[in-house]
Design a protein around this ligand. Structure first.
Ligand SMILES: Nc1ncnc2c1ncn2[C@@H]1O[C@H](COP(=O)(O)OP(=O)(O)O)[C@@H](O)[C@H]1O
Ligand SMILES: [Mg+2]
Length: 303
């Protein structure tokens, strides 16, 4: 095994996804211990990042979801301190957290994204409804966990939905509804993992379906043809690479009723409980949870 040294598992933090991060972080910690790594828990709400070196840490496994741990701020600090860390660097983390900028980059690279429009006070809302069609989705570009995601089904509703969502920071985007299914594809190093189909029992994969209900179905292997499975993995890798991603991550997809695949969004620190999606996909490739954690850690780097 590569020399990995004393490893800090960053978890918790002060984002709205703190609780999920505590769950993921504890499981990663156990997985690393099982792999023989000298791992230690490090809650960034209780201990300063700037003390990592003082405590003798040589490498960092980031399991902070949302906020500073996923948007590039923690990555920038670790970069400056010269401590190798798992996953994406500052730029890719920042872009991944911004649904508008990541979409613009994918579009410029010729990758498929749903038609979208940025909503502003002076937007002609009727024209956007006409262009994107109904139903359509409206969402804040900088949130996660389906917070602020609204499905607009009736004509004339868009302006009012926009007024409600203005409270969120960042841009508000409207997107064409893509109704043929939802998928996700994990990335590990230079490998795209088998896709997973997500089948929520709610109207869409909302906050409740993500955290409170246990009836969402996850199919792995998914229901795609070999050609579509290969295409999804290829698109996932391309989407990851054009934003400058490295290490690991998860790219989410929507499928049109005509079978066309569209990029939905990217997660640069995906969930890592033993029930999460990346571990599920890794299991399909024969990797145990502990092996997955070790592999992500081995990809930790700087720059
Ligand atoms: N254009 C769309 N067409 C169909 N469903 C969508 C669309 N955009 C979002 N959704 C639904 O809303 C959920 C959350 O949207 P998403 O953009 O992934 O935001 P978040 O970062 O909060 O997960 C998706 O998982 C999907 O179920
Ligand atoms: Mg999502």
């Amino acid at each position: 095994m590569k020399h990995l040294g004393k490893v800090a598992v960053l978890l918790g933090g002060d984002s709205s996804e703190r609780e999920v991060s505590l769950l993921s972080g504890n499981e990663v910690y156990q997985g690393l211990l099982q792999a023989g790594v000298d791992a230690h828990l490090y809650d960034t709400q209780e201990q300063s990042l700037f003390d990592l070196k003082k405590h003798g840490f040589e490498r960092v496994f980031i399991v902070l979801h949302g906020g500073a741990g996923e948007d590039g701020r923690v990555q920038a600090v670790l970069e400056t301190m010269g401590l190798p860390y798992t996953g994406c660097g500052m730029l890719a983390s920042g872009l991944g957290m911004d649904k508008l900028r990541s979409k613009m980059i994918w579009q410029a690279a010729g990758l498929p994204v749903p038609d979208f429009a940025v909503l502003q006070d002076d937007t002609d809302f009727d024209a956007v409804e006409a262009k994107l069609g109904l139903p359509l989705f409206v969402k804040p570009a900088a949130e996660g966990s389906s917070v602020g995601v609204v499905k607009v089904t009736e004509k004339g509703q868009l302006a009012a939905v926009y007024q409600d969502l203005k409270q969120y920071r960042g841009a508000i985007i409207a997107e064409t509804f893509i109704g043929g299914g939802e998928y996700t594809c994990g990335i590990l190093g230079s490998e795209a993992l088998p896709s997973i189909k997500i089948v929520p029992k709610t109207e869409f994969y909302d906050y409740e379906a993500k955290y409170f209900r246990d009836d969402t179905e996850y199919l792995c292997p998914a229901d795609l043809s070999d050609a579509d499975e290969a295409l999804m993995r290829q698109l996932a890798m391309q989407a990851f690479e054009v934003i400058g991603g490295r290490g690991w991550g998860r790219v989410d997809f929507l499928r049109g009723v005509d079978g066309k695949l569209y990029l939905l969004e990217i997660n640069t620190v995906p969930g890592m409980t033993t029930h999460s999606l990346v571990p599920k996909a890794a299991a399909q490739t024969g990797r145990t949870f502990s092996q997955l954690c070790l592999e992500i850690l081995e990809h930790a780097t700087l720059g």
